[in-house]
Write a protein that binds this ligand. Structure first.
Ligand SMILES: Cc1ncc(COP(=O)(O)O)c(C=O)c1O
Length: 408
């Protein structure tokens, strides 16, 4: 039997390996911070200190005040909290949609403008709000993967004719293509029209400097994308914005996010968020590596008779490339590469396992381009040797699969 190939992890957009300093902090916290952070006694206060350290660190990372940071279970919950705050009573959008069943017949309770290339935690929440009677205006991306500021302005103006626009949601960096969105321009447009801007910065923090979410009124982050633990994230909110809880329960997070906080996760998040402040410089240095990988992949694709086409023809974050391989299926390529020890993905991790091609790439370039796409995302620990070896394994996969055309 052939020995297992050295594992090469090129899926840093799905999640990042926890940093050793993060793991050490969590291990140390485990010894002293097992108590309930809401308890007023000494052990509780010791646990609470880790929660507050995470809040402070997120505040420094995002440029908000610690008093305006709500800790959540991750990016998904932060996005739901952000979208729901602008529309009506407490309760999950899903539950509310179930109550309403069909679109409400009453007057729209305000309007939401959202791009079609957001993460499902935004698009699904928007769909649920629509089912509950919120007027939702969808903004199409350009084929390049960018959401044009003019398209946002037009959508806000269109929506305003139906109901007052309360919120616009636009991600800072696309999770699949790495395309950087024009947040500053969007903020100017949105604020000039009296609405608020929510920025899903889950793929931007720790990779790009704070200009990437400048002007945002609400900012979502997730610890596991910045080498922190899973199951914790945050929503940072401009002062004066009143959030409404999505979950109902106790007084944790000032009642905005009931449920016992995890001091161990918070300890890891604090270290990860502080590291992430200086990480953009390290990520910028990855751009030549990413470009080298792209060039190698085009070369091996060409040699196999199917040169890949890049998805995302715009300013991109420095560590992502998304390529479509005409005549091949992205999910099959990913599965074959997995057998070769190369971890990549054909869509966002949360859509993996579904037969649907990526909604992001479908909105940009149509279903065929989406079905043949593979995303490679690298990170701080990726070496040039990893990329050269990965390209070699891609060449091996292409030559092995060549005799089995897509879909056969
Ligand atoms: C852009 C974006 N937003 C939100 C999320 C959801 O974050 P979490 O996995 O912490 O729920 C992700 C995760 O892939 C993401 O890429």
């Amino acid at each position: 039997m052939r020995p297992a190939a050295r594992a090469i992890y090129l899926d840093w957009n799905a999640t990042t390996p926890p940093h050793p300093e993060v793991l050490a902090a969590m291990q140390a916290a485990a010894e002293v911070a097992w108590a309930n952070p809401a308890s007023v006694h000494g052990p509780g206060r010791r646990a609470r200190a880790f929660v507050e350290q995470a809040r402070e660190a997120v505040a420094r990372l995002t440029g908000f005040d610690a008093r305006d940071v709500v800790l959540t279970s991750g990016g998904t919950e932060a996005n739901n909290l952000a979208l729901c705050h602008a529309f009506g009573e407490a309760g999950t959008p899903a539950a509310a949609a179930g109550e309403a069943g069909t679109p409400a017949s009453r007057q729209p309770q305000g309007a939401l403008v959202v791009s079609r290339i957001e993460h499902p935690s935004v698009t699904r929440a928007a769909e649920a709000l629509a089912a509950r009677g919120v007027h939702v205006a969808w903004v199409d991306p350009e084929p390049s993967g960018r959401v044009a500021p003019e398209a946002i302005a037009a959508a806000v103006d269109r929506a305003a004719a139906v109901a007052p626009v309360r919120l616009v949601s636009l991600q800072a960096v696309n999770h699949e293509t790495g395309v950087v969105q024009p947040i500053a321009e969007a903020a100017a447009i949105v604020h000039a029209r009296g609405a608020r801007l929510h920025v899903d910065a889950v793929q931007a923090v720790g990779r790009l400097p704070p200009e990437a979410w400048v002007g945002a009124d609400l900012v979502s982050v997730a610890a596991h994308k910045i080498r922190g633990p899973k199951g914790i994230g945050a929503l940072a909110v401009r002062p004066g914005i009143r959030l409404r809880p999505v979950l109902l329960g106790g007084a944790q997070e000032r009642g905005l996010r009931p449920g016992t906080q995890d001091p161990l996760a918070a300890a890891g998040f604090a270290v990860a968020a502080l590291r992430a402040i200086s990480a953009p410089a390290r990520y910028a240095a990855l751009a030549p590596l990413r470009d080298r990988l792209e060039a190698e992949l085009v070369e091996v694709g060409r040699a196999a008779g199917a040169a890949p086409i890049r998805n995302g023809d715009e300013v991109r974050a420095p560590h992502v490339t998304n390529l479509s391989w005409p005549g091949w299926r992205g999910d099959e390529l990913c599965a074959a590469l997995d057998l070769e020890g190369v971890a990549v993905s054909s869509g966002s991790a949360c859509s993996a396992g579904t037969a649907e091609p990526s909604p992001v790439l479908t909105a940009m370039l149509g279903p065929e381009r989406a079905a043949s796409a593979v995303r490679f995302s690298i990170g701080e620990d990726t070496t040039e040797a990893d990329l050269i070896e990965a390209a070699r394994r891609v060449a091996r996969v292409l030559s092995r699969l060549r005799s089995f055309p897509a879909g056969s």
